[in-house]
Design a protein around this ligand. Structure first.
Ligand SMILES: Nc1ncnc2c1ncn2[C@@H]1O[C@H](COP(=O)(O)OP(=O)(O)OP(=O)(O)O)[C@@H](O)[C@H]1O
Length: 302
């Protein structure tokens, strides 16, 4: 479990994270979303003690990460895939990490197998592609078999197979009861990976919600209706106070009346309905709407 409580980080004049509070619970993947520069990496660094908060605090399983006697057993993090010692082999890197926690070298081999790097175990990490480095970073995060993992933009640089692999791994870890916090600036990726979402913009909390709740929050009040009696239905619904437009296929786009009311009115008037479909905003639209005023950099949404 990760608890972030009134966390604030200032770099000179720049308020990177402002009074941020949220809890990341075990058993599900929590997506940490926000436009570029929103403060995701800064928050994650503070959670694992790599950056000191200006105020507020972050804890892992109740106490600050660095205060745990064996922190890698509590939480593992992939924050910067290329931060590995370039001259070391993948295996040597993992063995060294394992040894800091009294774990045998065989742990490194297990992890290389898990992340699909066994065949390049003895290659120098400096020669790895970004995708391979991401896999090595995931292995490093899992060294201590921690109950909590944090991954900062783990799909960056991964090919489609790698993206699917990461997604499956995160879901499996969550299903085993792990607390999983994964950052991304892409809602489309989080929509298929995460159940819970913490969304920030300019260092501030914008939403702490489930994927389903976020969609429900931004339901667009339009219903698509198809009938054989288009003019009659249009008049009926307009008379009931709805706004009605017709699309190129002759379907009515009805605003201001719920689908149930449209059905009742049509039934009372004896008008047949072939289609009554409430239009919902996509998760991507919901996210864009939520973060619209907080996008810091031009083109920063990618
Ligand atoms: N060491 C630092 N010194 C000064 N400013 C910093 C430092 N680290 C981050 N910032 C600033 O703090 C803000 C938040 O940055 P951060 O990297 O946490 O955002 P992010 O949400 O992870 O963005 P991205 O998706 O681009 O990685 C940005 O405006 C950034 O420029």
């Amino acid at each position: 479990m990760i608890e972030v409580d009134a966390l604030t980080k200032r770099y000179g004049d720049k308020l990177a994270v402002h009074d941020l509070s949220f809890t990341v619970r075990p058993g599900q993947v929590t997506g940490f979303l926000g436009p570029n520069g929103a403060g995701k990496s800064t928050t994650m660094r503070m959670i694992v003690g790599l950056d000191r908060p200006t105020s507020g605090r972050a804890t892992v399983n109740g106490i600050p990460y660095a205060a745990h006697p064996a922190p890698l057993r509590q939480a593992g993090a992939l924050l910067e895939a290329k931060s590995v010692h370039k001259g070391r082999s993948a295996r040597a890197h993992l063995v060294a990490l394992a040894q800091t926690h009294g774990l045998p070298a065989s742990r490194a081999d297990e992890l290389l197998d898990l992340v699909g790097l066994s065949s390049v175990a003895h290659k120098r990490a400096g020669t790895f592609s970004l995708g391979m480095s991401q896999r090595l970073g995931v292995a490093a995060a899992l060294v201590g078999d921690p109950g909590t993992i944090l991954l900062d933009e783990p799909v960056n640089g991964l090919d489609p197979d790698g993206v699917l692999w990461i997604r499956t791994l995160l879901k499996d870890l969550a299903a085993e009861g792990c607390t999983v916090l994964v950052s991304s600036h892409l809602m489309s990726e989080m929509a298929v990976t995460a159940e819970h979402l913490v969304i920030i913009g300019r260092g501030r909390l914008l939403a702490d919600t489930t994927v389903d709740e976020l969609i429900a929050r931004v339901v667009v009040d339009t219903v698509v209706v198809r009938t054989s009696r288009t003019p009659a239905l249009r008049d009926l619904l307009t008379g009931a106070g709805a706004t009605v437009e017709t699309d190129e296929d002759g379907r009515l786009l009805v605003g201001g009346l719920p689908a149930e009311r449209i059905g009742e009115l049509a039934a009372t008037a004896g008008l047949p309905l072939y289609e009554v479909v409430p239009q919902r905003a996509s998760l991507e639209q919901a996210y864009m709407e939520l973060t619209r005023d907080t996008v810091e950099y031009e083109g920063g949404r990618s």
